[in-house]
Design a protein around this ligand. Structure first.
Ligand code: ADP
Ligand code: MG
Length: 264
């Protein structure tokens, strides 16, 4: 069993967008009083339909969106109240991977260089040490060393997503927030990337927040889940329990919308 040490604790998070008096934009409540806690080494799923607030919660955890109300503690930091000198340590501790849109990686850097960047910024070891670290990261995410000098557009979507994962892992984070990491990939590749994330979580004890609209994805690898609807938590708990015995109509709807397995 997990020791139960919490790496993420978000309490009563509320986020509004818009509502500006100057441009008179309509106010959208993206999250309303959402709380979350994730144990060290767990994979926690944030699931819900499009627009339910998943990405907003991910952005709050990453410190990219400041909540209007509520507090977050993640890897020992409060992302909404980081002192400038804490930023580098926060960025090492909490990394992210997004949907591969083909534009996440710098198109002018070889993918090997992209993975090296974080190590170069931190001036980790000698040049040779960093080369060795990049080679090891490629190996770890299942990329051939022959791809090191290639550019992003020369890779497939799945390979690019492996590069993004290697980049995130390069600084040895405690938490990885993955927002729809499979959405842009072919179905066959989705399973491989999901396996990769699962393997990394098990081997390294990385804590993962997996944001997905696809309940099946969460079912595959999540230990615990939060189901969001219209910015509110409708259900949360151990993934096995939630999926075996869904209490809320939204969860049941998400389960029922899954295609019936062809070979079951
Ligand atoms: P999800 O990731 O579950 O699809 P989001 O967190 O992206 O949901 O969005 C939640 C709600 O907030 C939606 O109604 C969306 O339209 C709105 N929203 C998201 N980002 C912004 C933004 N930058 N400005 C205004 N509204 C936004
Ligand atoms: Mg989203």
């Amino acid at each position: 069993m997990l020791a139960g040490r919490r790496v993420i604790e978000a309490q009563n998070i509320t986020v509004h967008y818009g509502g500006g008096s100057i441009r008179r934009t309509a106010k959208v409540t993206a999250l309303e009083d959402v709380s979350l806690s994730v144990e060290a080494g767990a994979c926690h799923g944030l699931v819900g339909e499009s627009g339910s607030g998943k990405s907003t919660l991910g952005r709050v955890l990453l410190g990219l969106t400041a909540p209007n109300r509520g507090r977050v503690a993640i890897a020992g930091f409060d992302p909404a109240r980081l002192a400038r000198r804490q930023r580098p340590a926060f960025c090492r501790s909490v990394q992210c991977v997004f949907q591969d849109s083909g534009t996440v990686l710098n198109p002018r850097l070889s993918v090997g260089r992209s993975v090296r960047e974080g190590l170069d910024i931190q001036r980790c070891g000698t040049r040779a040490d960093r080369d060795a670290a990049v080679a090891a990261l490629f190996e770890r995410v299942g990329l051939s060393q022959t791809l090191l000098e290639r550019f992003p557009h020369q890779l497939s979507g799945g390979q690019r997503q492996r590069v993004n994962i290697a980049r995130a892992l390069s600084v040895s984070p405690k938490v990885l927030v993955a927002d729809e990491p499979l959405s842009a990939l072919d179905v066959s590749v989705q399973a491989q990337i999901l396996d990769l994330l699962h393997g990394i979580q098990r081997e390294s004890g990385l804590t993962i927040v997996l944001i997905t609209h696809d309940l099946k994805v969460a079912q595959e690898i999540c230990d615990t889940v939060t189901v969001l609807e219209a910015g509110r938590t409708v259900e949360h708990g151990r993934a096995d329990d939630v999926f075996a015995n869904p209490k809320h109509s939204t969860t049941r709807r998400l389960i029922n919308s899954l295609p019936t397995p062809k070979f079951a």
